[in-house]
Each structure stands twice: as C-alpha cells, then as structure tokens.
Design a protein around this ligand. Sequence first.
Ligand code: ATP
Ligand code: MG
Length: 331
Amino acid sequence: APRVFSGIQPSGGLTLGNYLGAIKRFVSMQDEYPCVYCMVDLHAITVWQDPKDLVHNTRELAAGLIASGISPEKSILINQSQVPEHAQLGWVFNCVARMGWMQRMTQFKDKAGKNAQNASLGLFGYPALMAADILIYHATHVPVGEDQKQHLELTRDIAAKFNHDYGVDFFPLTEPVIEGAATRVMSLRDGSKKMSKSDPSDASRINMTDDADSIAKKIRKAKTDPDALPSEIDGLKDRPEARNLVNIYAALNDQTVEDVLAEVGGQQFGTFKPQLAELAVSKLSPISHEMARLMDDPAEIDRILAKGAAQAREITAPILSKTYEIMGMVR
Ligand code: ATP
Ligand code: MG
C-alpha cells in the first residue's frame, strides 16, 4: 500500500528552501496518500544542538508544517525520538549498510568539512537512520529536495540488501519525489551552495519567520550578475544566481520557469527583485503569522506530537517485530 514519509531536522528555523523543496509538496500529497511527517530530532543531534534551541526548533518546525497546511487530522505528525522504532531499525541498518557506501555520501563530506576525523559517528551513519525512518513505515514515496537524492538511493540499496540477505521481499524500494521549479534553492550569497537552515550566514537564506522588511532586504542584497533577465530558459545557463531567483519566483507563484521568463525577460534585477520580494512576502507572511499564533500554545503542539507518536507506533511496532523475527531474534 502506498504511504508517504518525509522528515525535516529541527537544526534551525525553516527556510524558503525547506518550504519550496519539501513542505509545499508535503501539503499536496496529504490528500492523495496516508502521510507521516517527522521532526527528525535524532538527526539534528548529529551536530551539537543547544537543548533549549532543540526544544524550541522542534515545536516551531511542527508549527511551520501546520501553518503551511499540514493537517494533524489527515497526516501523522511526530518527532522522531518519541517513536523509538526509528532508532531501533536504525541500528539494524547500521549492520546492513556498508562503510564504503557511507563514504560516498556527499552530504557527509559537505557537513564534516576538512576535519572529518572530528565529525560524530552519528553524522557518518546518518543515511542508515534515514533509511530506517522511511522503511519503518514501509513508505513508498518520499518528497524531498534534490540534495537528498543520494540518500534515497542508499535507502533503496539498504532495502534491497536486507531483502537479499534474508531471502525475503519485506522492505519496499522507495521512490523519491523530487518535483517542481525549486528542488534545489541556492544560497542568496553564493549560487553554488544550497540554501540551508544551518548556514552560519543569516543573509544566505530567507527564514519562514523573517518579517517583510528583512525578506525585502535579503532579496535586494542577493548576489546577481549585471545582465538583464533573459526571456528564454537557455539564457539562464551559467547564471546560477539569476536562475535561482527565477526558480524561486516560479515555485512561489506555481508557474513554470518558461512562463515567468516570458513575463520578466528583459527586466533588470532592480525591477525584478522588488517584485520577487513582494511575492515572497505575500506567500510567506500568512504562514509566519499562523506559526507565531501556534507558538503561543506550545502545550497544544506537544499534544499533537504525542498523539502522532501513538498513531505512528501502531504502524512501526509490528514492522520492527517482523524485522526482528526475520533476523532470528528471540521474541
Ligand atoms: P541543515 O542545514 O541542518 O541540513 P536543511 O535546510 O538542509 O538543514 P533539512 O532538514 O536537512 O534542511 O532538509 C529538510 C528537507 O528540505 C529535505 O527534504 C531537503 O531536501 C529539503 N531542502 C533543504 N534545503 C533545500 C534547498 N535549499 N532547496 C530545496 N530543498 C531543500
Ligand atoms: Mg540538510
């Protein structure tokens, strides 16, 4: 049976990249499939998190999903650590995945930086836990941004190796769902780097909680080249910053990039940027207002997550038991 799972790390505040690359799709999928959306707190701690920030960010992330249109009545909303089967299956997958597979992961290389010896073991094993997040629900579809494509391929490799090693057809081969005009939103300061909530530079990203003035200011200051916008998509080749702003515009406005260029081709950035800022504010400010309203009642958010965890465990507990049984663990 089809099921959707996706996760977001409470490693900072939500960005426009998270919204366009992931959350907008989460919302549209919930009418079609049973969905589980998860604040992956166990992933966040692969790099140190201040406990006070982690609590706040987890609740704010949940508020962000709800404010964006995810209904806790339709979808299961959880934080990962409250559903222990994620970590339990994660251990099993640590024993299925191979060191060499992990060593190829570009996210680890990016996040560990030059001093990989000093990275946590958890950061290295991250993709195995991510595979467990997905497969503990037998999820078939995973909406994510482009940057997660490699981890999704690894998830399929882990499922296939488990099935092969134990001679079963137990874990499904999950499909990534990477769609839309903004599957990889880039940093506003560097067109070769993706926008990230954990980037030390606040100017590199638009946060879902930014007010209208800071959104306008960040877009005004966004790095661009001096040329006018092209009217054809070919004209964006080798212009990563220009392409990024056009992609953002298209995704926010539910248009294709071609349609946007047909309208704005020939404009200078001095004309285009204020329009983009206005569009971003008009789409994001209703969400950030609703987030702030939900954050006035953190106990209600905690209740939603606790209820989600109970619903989730009805799915995860039997799948974990069956996994253990397949592997020969005495029950
Ligand atoms: P961190 O910097 O801590 O890794 P992040 O901004 O990359 O944070 P994640 O929690 O790692 O956010 O990812 C949550 C979801 O958002 C994933 O589906 C990921 O693919 C998507 N996503 C993250 N950044 C972008 C981006 N710049 N463009 C499109 N999608 C993105
Ligand atoms: Mg990330």
